[in-house]
Design a protein around this ligand. Sequence first.
Ligand SMILES: [Zn+2]
Length: 217
Amino acid sequence: MNNSEPHQSISRCLADEAGEHALAGGADLPRIERAVREILAAVGENPDREGLQETPARVARMYAELFAGLHQDPRVHLQKFFIEKYDEIVLVRDISFNSMCEHHMLPFMGKAHIGYLPNGRVIGLSKLARVVEVVSKRPQVQERMTEEIANLLVEELDAKGVAVVIEATHSCMAIRGVRKPGSVCVTSAMKGVFRANLSSRSEVMTLIYGDTLGTRS
Ligand SMILES: [Zn+2]
């Protein structure tokens, strides 16, 4: 097995680009390194053997990246809005993300669909993806992540309605426990008119999934 090469070059170029300090972004790298070394020893490995010598430092930099959202405020991406008279649903579908399940510290990944009915305030479409990025780069539970994104939009945009649907596969279900690779977990948070009004809700769900549930390719 010679799979340490590409990992090494990736971490090296990340470190070169951003600089060690910027990459840490608030995480305590030496502390993570010590902990990873300890885990390796605890599972019965020798942390000093050649192939593992760089691993604690590499994992520390990776965790700093995967949990960078702990040191960022998603609200900053929702401060610049336009005043528009547009009063139909705005929807961004298939925002891909990856996050870390806080129960097992294993990744879950998938897509977020975000729709809202503006109340005068409209934001740049890329800002919705930024919010997903910050919220997902934390130890997470998919249900809470869905609620958090919806609540952020309700609070910052004063939208008449917000709909967030997240579809994700969890590695903790695929590689351990029940071992069901391929199963998709779907969560949704409906706020405002999308909660109160059935026809508004089915309109936004149709925009997300198309006319017939499950046949979207
Ligand atoms: Zn899990």
